[in-house]
Design a protein around this ligand. Sequence first.
Ligand code: UD1
Length: 423
Amino acid sequence: MDRIVITGGAPLKGTIPIYGAKNSALKLQAAALLSADPLILENMPDLADTRFMTQLLTTLGVEITWIKETRTLRMHAAEIGSTIAPYDQVRKMRASFNVLGPLLARVGHATVSLPGGCAIGARPVDLHLKAFEAMGADIVIEQGYVKAAALRGLKGAEIEFPFVSVGATEHAMLAATLAQGDTILKNAAREPEIVDLADCLNAMGARIEGAGTGEIRIKGVTSLSGATHAVVPDRIETGTFALAAAATGGNVLLQGARFDHLQALIKLLRGAGVEVDAEARGLRIKRNGGRIQPVNFETEPYPGFPTDLQAQAMALLCLADGQSRIRETIFENRFMHAPELARLGAQIAVHGNEAVVTGVETLKGAPVMATDLRASVSLVIAGLAAEGETIVNRVYHLDRGFEKLEAKLAGCGAQIERQREEQ
Ligand code: UD1
């Protein structure tokens, strides 16, 4: 098992290219199942998670070609070869569950294992299933599998989500494109990844309006065609590098990053005393000396502060000149990085879904353990800012969501390398 060894203290300086968003790419991959023509995705990230999805789609009969040089993924679901998504594949990554809706919409039935994913709370799929039931599907759960059928096709429906769910909004949208009649999704998620998915589906011939607002309206069509679509830049990757640049007192250009997708993070960074500027080529993050200022924040659905940047922002605030309060409102059990950050000398008290971070002047390197995707990268950020050596163990979590993490950081002067853990 690999580990990452960091010698902290070097301010990050340079340019980091931002790749396509993992969380968007995975749902766009699922969209390939909706059409008998090829869907071509540009600006694709090459990650463990996107490879899991490629494997799963291949099992379902999709022909896939990955062109590394141009970061292009070509997916062709001329025919659906299987409608069963097995446990062994779905358990590795929650987003694989998103093949259920497209299969149901295209061929009228599917059997998909209940998902696995990060260890950050219960993460049920009840909202997804209720949406399909509202569209006329019969659903039973047997031996860990969801068996869904709509043999005469899905029917458009009005669906009001009781709370905002990114996954359920995307999943319902995918399925509704091929339903008979109109679907209205109320209290829909508004994340940039939702807009990206709607843009891609519309390029395939879907009729979706209102993506990016709380109400999405979809007029069902009888078939979708192929399309070529560029994946939206990853706002979580952008935010992670921005927080790393801030924590190390660096000066970094995040090339291709979208200023408009990161308003909540930019507010936090500016409040902490970090300079953020939109430039023609991307986003510049700069901190020249001076202590980080404390900031209180809570995670919220978009456009609020993303839960996927909470751990990384906590790493920064560990170095603040004062006390910050962080409230996690999206997932239970998402402070697993706090005890690991404490190993580097951070002072964090967790009470339920609230963490109080009392800033310290310096963190000191130590061995730590990665627990989930975003938590792992918060330890990398803290290690980059700490004095001495930090060893991050169990880094396979990082590979799920960050491509070339060490290379991108080393390119900006970080002393960071990957080592094979001794057996
Ligand atoms: C997606 C992202 C994840 C991000 C999250 C919130 C992907 C692959 N993952 O996850 O990185 O942290 O959005 O921005 O895109 N819930 C239910 N029932 C459901 C569905 C969700 O109770 O059927 C709950 C969840 O447990 C959670 C909350 O709703 O507490 C929000 O989850 P959701 O927005 O659905 O997150 P994901 O789509 O799983």
